[in-house]
Design a protein around this ligand. Structure first.
Ligand code: FAD
Length: 443
């Protein structure tokens, strides 16, 4: 079996992996780098897979970096290979697959890659709840380009699509499908859509936007059985309703892919819900020279101060970049992430970050502006912004985020915070200066 040794080995060819290549190459132009992924594609923007469905973007438009990225950065890319076994004693990973490599060679099966430093940017895998019939043709999740291409291929034959789950992935999928399919229904167990990235009011505005476009939203309900002969034909809901269905997209959650930690001492979160590689602020795992980032790992949340899962594209890229800098010997820390979301549904822009509801604890307050579909709420603790929710109008979200990151006490200008003309003019000079400073990741 072919064995090759690299200075840096990166598992995952998405936001985290690419961030890591760029972090390493900022400092080290010579060290050998290999990147590998079981997806066979050139690096692509995962959040665009639903846009591909509706034809908003084509395959080439999804490229996350130009096609000569690996060559220009002197990276051996093993695409279409799965890492199966991590041996920390030999510092090696065995891989198998039928993909190609950027350094030549195609479909050559099994290999062993040895490394000095390793990044695990393995992302997440979708969760399918136990449902009778979930193995029928036409039932899918929506996480990969392959799944999007597969759904796109069958769209001409689909009249009734059902999406299970109204989180970010479910709602984005439903919006895209509604532009190309007659009838789209979203089934959600919670009592509102986008529960993790909205408060009650902004969630209602989002649900209204979907309903206005003819998407049916069924809350407090779920699917208990998928029925059909070989392929999905209908779904049975918890309340007894039967919906006709020739495409079912299950979008109820994604779990960190941590299987490579099996049999090693790499610490994985088992105490809290969600899992994920446990890392320090410099993205180092519990094992020397092994790093992790992105959807597969925890990150420091600057709002709560806790390390937790923050499964968002920018968090994965920055975490990967910081890991890469540290791997190349530049001490850097990831201290500026939080659950910041920015989305748009049918022309309704929405932004949220930090606390979306006021915690029932001393010192927390909230201020709200709610005007005809234009909604903004700030959650503050002792005058410092700890969270925001905006829908319909997201102007100034960047300023609020800057105030959050800089932990600025807003008491002296709080009357202006939600005014229509709020801007730099209301900020004291020292705050303006602070806000101009770029975020420091290198120590
Ligand atoms: C439909 C959709 C919409 C989204 N929209 C948004 C959005 O609007 N905004 C936002 O911020 N985020 C969004 N996200 C989330 C965002 O895409 C993720 O946070 C981001 O992709 C995480 O990047 P990552 O590098 O950690 O991992 P991933 O992008 O998950 O990539 C991990 C890669 O590692 C590979 N891999 C894992 N294990 C192995 C192994 N053992 N061997 C080989 N390869 C392996 C995987 O196949 C995959 O290619 C969306 C996600 C989806 C699916």
């Amino acid at each position: 079996m072919a064995v090759k040794k690299y200075d840096y080995l990166i598992v995952g060819n998405s936001a985290g992996g690419i961030g890591c290549v760029e972090g390493i190459r900022r400092e080290d132009r010579e060290g050998s780098i290999a990147i590998l992924a079981d997806e066979k594609y050139h690096t692509y923007a995962r959040p665009l897979i639903t846009h591909l469905l509706e034809g908003d973007v084509d395959r080439r438009g999804m490229d996350y970096r130009p096609r000569d990225f690996y060559r220009k950065h002197s990276v051996d890319a093993f695409l279409g290979y799965r890492a199966r076994n991590l041996d920390m004693e030999k510092r090696s990973i065995s891989i198998s697959g039928s993909g190609g490599t950027s350094s030549g060679g195609n479909g050559d099966g099994k290999r062993t890659l040895r490394f000095d430093k390793l990044l695990l940017a393995t992302g997440g895998s979708p969760f399918i709840p136990p449902m009778e019939g979930s193995g029928l043709d036409g039932v899918t999740t929506m996480i990969t380009l392959d799944q999007s291409l597969e759904v796109k291929k069958r769209l001409g034959r689909v009249k009734n699509a059902v999406v299970l789950g109204a989180g970010l992935i479910g709602t984005k999928t439903a919006e895209a499908l509604s532009r190309v399919i007659d009838r789209v229904t979203v089934v959600e167990l919670a009592d509102r859509v986008l529960a993790l990235v909205s408060d009650e009011t902004s969630s209602r505005l989002a649900a209204d936007a979907f309903r206005k476009k003819g998407v049916e939203i069924l809350l407090g309900n779920s699917i208990i059985e998928v029925r059909g002969h070989g392929k999905v034909e209908e779904v049975l809901l918890l309340d007894g309703t039967v919906l006709p269905c020739d495409l079912l997209v299950v979008a109820v959650g994604v779990r960190p892919r941590v299987e490579l930690a099996g049999g090693t001492d790499i610490r994985v979160d088992t105490a809290r819900t969600g899992g994920g590689f446990m890392v320090e602020d410099n993205m180092a795992t519990s094992i020397e020279n092994v790093y992790a980032c992105g959807d597969a790992s925890h990150a420091h949340d600057f709002v709560t101060g806790a390390h937790r899962l923050l499964p968002l594209w920018p968090n994965a890229y920055i975490g990967g970049r910081i890991a890469g800098l540290n791997m190349a010997g530049v001490p850097s820390r990831h201290r500026w992430a939080t659950n910041m979301n920015s989305v748009d549904f049918f022309g309704l822009p929405m932004v949220s970050a930090g606390f979306m509801e006021k915690p029932n604890r001393k010192g927390f307050t909230e201020i709200i502006r709610d005007e005809k579909g234009k909604y903004a709420k700030l959650v503050l603790k002792d005058g410092v912004i700890k969270g925001m929710v905006m829908a319909g109008c997201v102007a100034r979200a960047g300023i609020y985020l800057g105030l959050m990151r800089n932990k600025v006490k807003t008491t002296s200008f709080s009357d202006h915070l939600l005014s229509h003309d709020f801007g730099a003019v209301h900020l004291p000079d020292e705050v303006k200066e602070k806000m101009k400073q770029p975020i420091r990741i290198i120590e």
